[in-house]
Design a protein around this ligand. Structure first.
Ligand SMILES: Cc1cc2nc3c(=O)[nH]c(=O)nc-3n(C[C@H](O)[C@H](O)[C@H](O)COP(=O)(O)OP(=O)(O)OC[C@H]3O[C@@H](n4cnc5c(N)ncnc54)[C@H](O)[C@@H]3O)c2cc1C
Length: 657
């Protein structure tokens, strides 16, 4: 049997490009790579962050361990003055667990920043930044998540005492799901229906103290706890919250956009779209998370597939590395291509958001609406594809993919809810579809990045691909996705009109058109991500070898998208059966081209072993020793004879043979 480590060494020698150069591209430059390494070292040098035995812990142990790590992380952040959210994400990446202060930084502070007045920011943010308080964001209730107008929690203004009184009027109004709520947070931003003098003014945000800062016991009127075990997220205390006449001062309503004056006069927000900014940022972060989690899974599965050998072709011959089976390549190379495509689109979303930030702050919201329209669909698209891609990687590791030691099980379980939180995926696709249809119908509101929608595809249009070689031309690949998106948007618009013309009211017509809407939103997202991948790669200043590899990955991403959705390309005759054969042929050609560089392409993500926490995917490829040593540490193996033998097995095994 070949040595697993030498297998990976050989793979690394075959790579045609300089991996460090690609790592710098992935990180956004050499300086960022150096900074990332430095930040990672801050975590790796602290034994408290070790996750070696993580997979053996019970839920309660995992939570408690995560609290310990969170406190140490706060210490590291303070000691090194780390305030940049992206740098914070790097530290979390190596810790590789969903810490129970996640919502404090991802939602509590950003909501106060976005919705708080200057005085409120001045009061709350220093306390939050210093971790004197720990906050969460409580919106979802047991009865409603998606339909936020249906939330039932009330906040009634009492002008005599200049206070709001918060209540959970029904069982279904119980806040349910908020992360870090159950056992950790001392405060929460709570979304509640605002009532003043018996009139409801809709949802607003309020800061509530949940727990005493002296002994962490729930405040009077507050019932709070953990919602119990979930598919994943073991370290996080997703919680429930019920309030019974909880009084807070008037100043605890976040009043940057809407105000309640002491006498109870209400002033509504100037522009309801102002809330979009924070949402866009959170969605861009999820898109980046999709890229990272899929990159981790692809790293583990590709390294393992170069180490794992199975099934000799001829008796006595060395068994091939499983990566050399084309079926294995067909599972894993598309995931690698998708990971890069998502990394590039995440960067686009982040940079567009930051470029627009000044506009948003000064109330110029035109471009924000566009970003909101597309970010909903991109969040859904990347979450959906990354989650299914991670599962493909897990299965591609055979039996060992089912072991917790693979690392893939926890990546999957912990990333799975990204399809649900921050907007359930289908609901987000529907939002993007509505934006696309608006652009389709009203050219005057269509932003330049979406102008393709206005070009009506010619009836009888045909794809300009004449040979398999043509499929290496980005312009032709983008053209195919553009055509599909244009056609499905038009057909969704026509479908909706046909429903309305049959006499259905708008909401029922929209409901009946939902499947068409989701179809066109997905088609748009695939187009957008493919176009961005080729545009961004073309602009890179890098070696010819890197550019070639990235472009080939882009071709894999595009061609698999065409093959997997072949019906939509063939349906109107834009793509012919012969061209579809070219597509399938070219996919295999690309796999062959990329084969020597597969390990280099995953090494370039530069994940520290600790951040993969995988016996299968560590850098040195020492899979079998790691698996064996890990299993030997399992709690069940602490003794040679387990206590259950004495309790149960012994009597039945006592018969004489
Ligand atoms: C791990 C995790 C962490 C979370 N963290 C938080 C948190 O920190 N704070 C917080 O407030 N919440 C949190 N949530 C809640 C989360 O935001 C909601 O679960 C999510 O918004 C979906 O809402 P829902 O559960 O009501 O699903 P539902 O809306 O009930 O969805 C169920 C099904 O109905 C469909 N559906 C619903 N409405 C429509 C529609 N209009 N058209 C078509 N189909 C529809 C959906 O597509 C889905 O298939 C978290 C959830 C999870 C799983």
């Amino acid at each position: 049997m070949a040595s697993p480590s030498s297998d990976l060494d050989r793979e690394r020698r075959k790579c045609t490009f300089n991996v460090a150069e690609l790592t710098d591209i992935v990180n956004g430059g050499r300086k960022k790579t150096e900074r990332r390494r430095y930040l990672e070292s801050l975590v790796m040098k602290e034994p408290i962050f070790s996750n070696e035995d993580y997979y053996f812990l019970s839920r309660e142990e995992k939570y408690s361990d995560a609290v310990k790590k969170a406190v140490k992380l706060v210490e590291v952040l303070k000691e090194h003055n780390i305030e940049n959210p992206q740098e914070y994400q790097i530290l979390l990446g190596v810790i590789n667990e969903n810490l129970p202060i996640a919502l404090h930084n991802s939602m509590f502070k950003p909501t106060i920043r976005d919705q708080g007045t200057d005085e409120q920011r001045k009061k709350w943010l220093p306390l939050a930044n210093d971790y004197k308080i720990i906050g969460t964001y409580a919106q979802t209730e047991m009865g409603h998540g998606t339909f936020i107008r249906g939330l039932e929690t009330t906040s009634t203004y009492d002008p005599k005492r200049e206070e709001f009184v918060l209540n959970t009027p029904t069982l279904t109004a119980t806040k349910w799901w908020p992360g870090c709520l159950g056992k950790t947070s001392t405060h929460a931003v709570v979304m509640a229906q605002l009532y003043i003098k018996n009139q409801c003014y809709g949802l607003h945000s309020f800061i509530i103290q949940l727990r005493s800062l002296k002994d962490h016991s729930p405040m009077p009127g507050v019932t709070v706890g953990d919602i119990g075990n979930k598919v994943g997220y073991d370290t996080n205390d997703n919680g429930f919250l019920a309030m019974d006449n909880v009084r807070i001062p008037r100043e605890n309503m976040l009043m940057r956009h809407a105000q309640v004056y002491p006498d109870g006069t209400y002033r509504k927000p100037a522009n309801p779209r102002l809330a979009y900014g924070a949402m866009v940022l959170v969605r861009a972060t999820i898109v980046a998370g999709s890229a990272t989690n899929l990159s981790k899974a692809a790293t583990i599965a590709i390294r393992y597939s170069c180490v794992r050998r199975q099934t000799e072709a001829k008796p006595g011959e060395l068994e091939p590395q499983i990566i050399d089976y084309v079926t294995q390549q067909h599972k894993l190379v598309p995931q690698l291509a998708t990971a890069y495509a998502f990394a590039w689109i995440a960067r686009y979303m982040m940079s567009t958001y930051h470029a627009l930030h000044a506009d948003i702050e000064s109330g110029h919201l035109g471009a924000l609406q566009e970003l909101h329209g597309i970010s909903s669909g991109l969040k859904a698209f990347t979450a959906e594809m990354s989650v299914s891609g991670i599962e493909v990687c897990r299965r591609a590791c055979g039996g060992h993919g089912f072991s917790a030691a693979s690392g893939l099980v926890s990546i999957y379980k912990d990333w799975l809810p990204s399809c649900t939180y921050e907007g359930e995926n289908t609901v987000l696709y529907l939002q993007t579809a509505r934006f696309l249809l608006k652009c389709f119908r009203q050219p005057s509101v269509t932003p330049s990045s979406m102008s393709y929608i206005l070009i009506k595809p010619l009836p009888g249009a045909r794809w300009g691909v004449k040979s398999p070689e043509d499929l290496m031309k980005p312009i032709l690949l983008v053209e195919a996705f553009e055509h599909r998106a244009q056609r499905t948007i038009k057909s969704a618009a026509q479908f909706l009109e046909s429903q309305i013309s049959q006499g259905l009211d708008t909401s029922e017509a929209m409901n009946r058109s939902g499947i068409e809407f989701v179809r066109c939103a997905k088609a748009h997202c695939y187009y957008f991500v493919t176009r961005n991948f080729f545009q961004s790669t073309a602009l890179l200043k890098c070696s010819k070898e890197i550019k070639e590899s990235l472009l080939t990955l882009g071709v894999v991403f595009a061609l698999n998208g065409i093959a997997d959705n072949s019906g939509e390309f063939l349906e109107d005759g834009f793509v012919t059966g012969t061209q579809m054969e070219f597509v399938r042929e070219r996919i295999q050609y690309c796999y062959k081209q990329l084969r020597p560089n597969l390990v280099g392409l995953v090494d370039a993500f530069a994940f520290a072993d600790q951040s993969l926490n995988s016996a299968l995917g560590a850098y040195d490829g020492d899979v079998y020793n790691r698996l064996y040593n890990w299993a030997k540490r399992a709690p069940l193996n602490k003794t040679d004879v387990h206590s259950s033998y004495h309790k149960y097995l012994k009597p039945i095994l006592k018969s004489k043979i």
